[in-house]
Structures are given as structure tokens and as C-alpha cells.
Design a protein around this ligand. Structure first.
Ligand code: F42
Length: 328
């Protein structure tokens, strides 16, 4: 099992770089930075991390091809590859619709758009002059003037078609889920894509992009996870909630509490232990280790430790290094 760590750049870049360096020292192999317009810029963060680390691989986790033209993305991530000495990974997904709405960006054909963007970016990284008259992506002779080398592309995917596409064309897939039940479904879909193109499942890095909260005190770990789990429940499809036997009406109750910023209600009852079990890897290092082993048995090859990481980020990174990564 490989370990990655996700940071949301709601903290200043130098603080994130400090955590990334700590993670590198504690055995993490990947650091992923999220991309939303309302947080600090993903590529600025990746640059600062590249300059403050030596070996950890650094990726956008994930950018999209609506807010950034694929030619710009090809150039940005190739710049990170150059700055980091070849450690860059491009994580690309269809994007977060709610952030597009407020920017006035129309979210059309996410599957086709993402597929065409990956094809365009790969061709640009191969040094080609790209003419593309796709359904949604149009390039008329774009070419990069420098060489970023071969950069792995990971697809952020949850839906069945997107997971299948990942199996067909991506080097890795970042699945926003933490529970074996979700990965049973996801791996079957990824396998369909892999089979379609005659590849082997082992060629794709199946990554669990988890909500993770670890602490020697399991109650503290659970409390730290509650608000994140609330957002996951609010954003989950009915199919996913049913899979985990979570009442569908809980979604609207939690969404209403989030809309009113009623965090007291989330902390004291609305977010249940059943929800935390379904949507987070949470508890003591031993509890987390058990969940990780269960995911590995289903085919997960990378665990991304995502928000909140733990009640105290720095302590949690050290704890994961010592009690989980070193013991795997
Ligand atoms: N989104 C961000 O904006 N920023 C991030 O930092 C971020 C991180 C992240 C990390 C991991 C991860 O898994 C997702 C992450 N996301 C992030 C969210 C990501 O960008 C997507 O919003 C999320 O993965 C949801 O995508 P999805 O796989 O559910 O795909 C959606 C688009 C979907 O509906 N998929 C359907 C499916 O079955 O997979 C396919 C829909 C379809 O076929 N559409 C047709 C098409 O061509 O696109 C068109 C149909 C029509 O009628 O027009």
C-alpha cells in the first residue's frame, strides 16, 4: 500500500509545504492539493511544495478543464514537473459544479470534456502540435515550447462511467470514498474500462481519496471528522446512502444544518457513528490500519489521507508515519 496526503489550500502555502515536508519525512509518497477557486491557487502551492521537498510526488488533486483550458493545464503541470525534478502528477476531474455555478461557468458534458482534455494534454506533453476538433475541446495547433516529460494522469471519479473511463485511459484514479462497499462497486467499474482496452488492473493506481481522522483517543478522532462527514452525506447520491443504509431524509436535515451553519446540530446528533463508519477512516491507529487492510484486499493501491487527517494535523501525520506506514 502506498500513502498519499491531501491538503486543501485554505492554509497559507508555506504552512502546507511544512506539512508536506513532514509527510515526506514520515513515509508518505504523494501529496495532493485540491483545486477550488475560493482557496489558494493549486499550482502556487505545488511550486512551494516542490521547492521545499525532495522526493514526495506532488499532484493536483484535482483540477478540471472548465476553469482552465487543457493547454494551460498542460503547461502548468509541466512547469511543476520541471521545478520538482520530475515529481509532478496531474490529477484531473470533471470539477465541482457548485463552484462553477457561482463563477457563471456552464458544466456541460463532463465525461466527454474530461476524456478529450486528457487526450489533448497527453499530446501536448508528447511535444505535438495539437489540432483537436472534439465535441467540447477545440485546439487549433497548440504546442508547448518546452518539454515537461511524461507526466502521469490520474482521474478524479465517482460515477460509473467516469470510473470506467479511468480504467480505459488514466494512470491512476482518485476515488472520493473510504469504505470497502464503495470500492467493491468502483473497482468493478474500473475493471470494465481496463478490460475494454486490454490492459491489466495492476497498471492503474486505484486510490482511495479518504476522509481520514486519527488520534489515540477515538472520540476525539470522531469529533474531528464530523463536519467533513456532514458535507459528504449532504453531497452523496441516494444510491450511495442506501448502500450504507443511511436514511435518505438525513441528507436534507444535514444540508439544512450546513446552510444555517448550525455546527452544534451536526456535532450533537445529526452526524451519527454509522455515517462516520461509512464515510471516513477514523479512530485509533489500529482502527485505521484495519480499514486500510480491508481496502487493500479489494484492490486499493494508494490511501490518500484527506481532511481532517486528525484533531491535530501535525500530531496525526507523525502518528500515521509511526503507527501505520512503518507497520504496513
Ligand atoms: N473537484 C474539484 O472541483 N476540486 C477538487 O479539488 C476535487 C478533488 C477531488 C478528489 C477526488 C475525487 O474523486 C473528486 C474530486 N473532485 C474535486 C470532484 C470531481 O471534480 C467531480 O466533481 C467528482 O469526481 C464527481 O464526478 P463523477 O465521477 O460523479 O462524474 C460526474 C460528472 C457524472 O455525472 N458522471 C456520470 C458517470 O456515470 O460517471 C457520467 C455522466 C455523463 O455521462 N455525462 C455525459 C457526458 O458526456 O459528460 C453527458 C450526459 C448529458 O446528457 O449531457
Amino acid at each position: 500500500m502506498k500513502f498519499g496526503i491531501e491538503f486543501v489550500p485554505s492554509d497559507p502555502p508555506l504552512k502546507i509545504a511544512y506539512y508536506a515536508k513532514l509527510a515526506e519525512q514520515r513515509g508518505f509518497e504523494y501529496v495532493w492539493i485540491t483545486d477550488h477557486y475560493n482557496n489558494r491557487d493549486v499550482y502556487s502551492n505545488l511550486t512551494v511544495i516542490a521547492l521545499n521537498t525532495n522526493s514526495i510526488k506532488i499532484g493536483s488533486g484535482v483540477t478540471n478543464s472548465y476553469t482552465r483550458n487543457p493547454a494551460i493545464t498542460a503547461s502548468s503541470i509541466a512547469s511543476i514537473a520541471e521545478i520538482s525534478g520530475g515529481r509532478a502528477i496531474l490529477g484531473l476531474g470533471p470539477g465541482d459544479k457548485s463552484t462553477f455555478d457561482v463563477m457563471g461557468i456552464k458544466w456541460g458534458k463532463p465525461l466527454v470534456t474530461t476524456k478529450e482534455a486528457i487526450q489533448a494534454i497527453r499530446s501536448l506533453h508528447e511535444g505535438k502540435k495539437v489540432y483537436m476538433d472534439g465535441e467540447t475541446i477545440k485546439l487549433a495547433g497548440a504546442r508547448l515550447a518546452f518539454n515537461g516529460g511524461k507526466i502521469p494522469i490520474y482521474l478524479g471519479a465517482q460515477g460509473p462511467k467516469m470510473l470506467e473511463l479511468a480504467g480505459e485511459i488514466a494512470d491512476g484514479v482518485l476515488v472520493n470514498a473510504s469504505h470497502p462497499k464503495d470500492f467493491e462497486v468502483a473497482v468493478a467499474q474500473i475493471r470494465k474500462g481496463v478490460d475494454k482496452v486490454g490492459h491489466d488492473l495492476s497498471e492503474i493506481d486505484i486510490t482511495a481519496y479518504t476522509c481520514f481522522s486519527v488520534d489515540p483517543d477515538p472520540v476525539k478522532a470522531a469529533n474531528a471528522a464530523k463536519v467533513i462527514v456532514a458535507f459528504i452525506v449532504a453531497g452523496s447520491s441516494d444510491v450511495v446512502l442506501e448502500r450504507h443504509k443511511i436514511p435518505i431524509e438525513a441528507k436534507s436535515q444535514i444540508s439544512a444544518a450546513i446552510a444555517k451553519a448550525d455546527f452544534g446540530a451536526l456535532m450533537c446528533g445529526l452526524v451519527t457513528s454509522q455515517m462516520i463508519e461509512a464515510f471516513a477512516i477514523c479512530g485509533t491507529p489500529e482502527d485505521c490500519m484495519k480499514s486500510i487492510n480491508d481496502l487493500e484486499a479489494i484492490g486499493v493501491t494508494q490511501i490518500v489521507v484527506g481532511s481532517p487527517i486528525g484533531p491535530d494535523k501535525e500530531k496525526a501525520i507523525k502518528l500515521i508515519g509511526k503507527e501505520i506506514i512503518a507497520k504496513m
